[in-house]
Design a protein around this ligand. Structure first.
Ligand code: ZN
Length: 321
């Protein structure tokens, strides 16, 4: 069983030995400089575009096109959308849902890089029974709308790329005419099995729409309180955060958890897991920056040893209308 550190050193040493004749250095010199050799390996570039909220209003389609153009210039190996890709079908009537589908299809027609989609609350059709006219027996009701629109068979899945395993979760569960963030029992069991089945030494990146853990879920706006206690809403952060964190910590394989939903930026690290909330492509729903956070997306360079670099990239959008 190899630890991530063992794996990094092994890869670096192998790279050094292979490159030694080309670089004109001795095998001994190459073996003595594993870290320098490791920097020569090209990392896997992931772009995390969350909360696009594409819509016809406020020139959002033009803004989203600008964001995708910038993302593609950065030559990602993979883009994962973080959920809330359309402005809203949760409250929508059928006519509006058709507009949302058309906006999505128009936005994606010039995208030529590999894309995986996370399902956000706004991508779920007709859960707010007090607002929608979509019947419960419609074939695309609820999360099926997201599956059909994104052409993905399930709202939660995993994919192995670039030496990493990406686990995309479906955070959003019904709560009356609203929702809360947690994994239902079936998905929870699958997630646990998926963590176990991942080979030792393969780093895992977990993507959820609602953050599993995010500082901004606490600091955003004015959090509700009861007496002296701050209340953390289940609509802003996973209610099963402690249990999921313990599962991931115990696995020893999860390095990174990415989320959206809050439209703000934060990063915290505990037990070797880094949690990043990655702003929003739409800023404040295309009305400008939210609490000073401009429209943008996350750019991550991932290395097979589980280390990574992250930055937030803006794309020069100014709110319209
Ligand atoms: Zn959301």
């Amino acid at each position: 069983m190899s630890t991530p550190i063992d794996r990094r050193d092994a890869l670096a040493a192998a790279a050094g030995l292979a490159l030694a004749p080309l670089l004109g250095v001795s095998r001994a010199q190459a073996a003595a400089a594993p870290i320098q050799a490791a920097t020569l390996a090209k990392p896997f570039r992931l772009i995390h575009m969350t909360d696009i909220h594409v819509q016809p209003e406020r020139q959002a389609e033009r803004g989203a096109a600008q964001a995708w153009a910038r993302a593609q210039e950065l030559k990602p190996d993979l883009v994962i959308t973080g959920g809330d890709t359309v402005m809203d079908v949760f409250d929508a009537k059928r006519d509006r849902a058709k507009v949302m589908r058309a906006c999505y299809e128009s936005m994606m027609k010039d995208v030529s890089v590999p894309v995986l989609h996370t399902t956000g609350n706004h991508d779920i059709l007709g859960w707010n029974r007090s607002r929608t006219d979509v019947p419960l027996d419609a074939t695309d009701w609820g999360k099926k709308w997201a599956c059909e629109t994104f052409a993905q068979p399930r709202n939660w899945f995993s994919s192995d790329r670039g030496g990493w395993r990406f686990i995309v979760l479906d955070s959003v569960q019904p709560d009356g005419n609203g929702y809360k963030g947690f994994l239902d029992p079936e998905q929870r069991a699958w997630f646990e099995a998926e963590l176990k089945a991942t080979p030792d030494g393969t780093p895992i990146c977990v993507v959820s729409h609602i953050p599993i853990i995010a500082i901004t879920a606490i600091t955003y706006g004015k959090p509700p309180s009861r007496g002296n206690d701050t209340i953390l809403s289940g609509g802003e952060m996973h209610t099963d955060c402690a249990e999921l964190h313990e599962l991931m910590r115990a696995s020893g394989k999860v390095r990174l958890c990415l989320s959206g939903h809050i439209h703000l930026r934060d990063r915290c690290e505990t037990d070797g897991i880094t949690y990043i909330n990655d702003g929003a492509v739409s800023g404040s729903w295309w009305k400008g920056p939210l609490e000073g956070i401009p429209e943008g997306f996350g750019v991550l360079d991932l290395r097979p040893d589980g280390t990574f670099d992250h930055r937030y990239e803006t794309y020069g959008w100014t709110a319209q209308g």
